[in-house]
Design a protein around this ligand. Sequence first.
Ligand code: IMP
Ligand code: MG
Length: 194
Amino acid sequence: MSKTKETIKKLISKGEIARKITRLARQISKDYKDKNPFFVCLLKGGWVFSADLLRKIKIPVLIDFLMVSSYEDKTASTGRVEVKSPLSSSVEGKDILIVEDIVDSGLTVSKIKEYLYTLKPNSVKICALLDKPCRRKVEVELDYVGFEIPDKFVVGYGIDYAHKYRQLPYIGYVEFAGGSPSSEREVSAACKPR
Ligand code: IMP
Ligand code: MG
């Protein structure tokens, strides 16, 4: 079996990300101005996005972190979404905004949304930096989206492939040479070239 070697190609620049975050933050600040916004950052992928988004928000917000896992070093979700460490503060009566790096099958955000509703918040909405709509397996409403992207496995800006590339300041996609782990992925009909 040949060894997989990957290269990273740029997809979204640092500047484009910054401009988009400024726009998202403006909209969120407006929509939540009379509420009790409580950001729930999904770790690990959502940390860089949350940090930049939070610093552009103009209203007081609370933030907490949920460590979730579903990938186990592969390029497609295992479908088992696990909360590895719970929130450290109460969200009862709060208006939660889940801050996520990327929505692919939709399983993670929909299961986390369900879980958060058991903690009796007033509302739960979702803000995702990236959305791969053609990979969806479950229907989920995304309230704020940075960029819709094609069916590429992306890294950078907090997002990893097998724990690598989180430190890149831009979003890139992975090109695999010598045997692609993309065979692990079930590409939905909508993603296939016509
Ligand atoms: P989903 O449950 O399939 O929607 O996947 C959501 C999670 O999988 C995200 O929180 C990411 O951490 C991870 N993920 C999805 N697509 C990618 C990707 O292209 N690169 C890296 N991680 C991804
Ligand atoms: Mg994530």
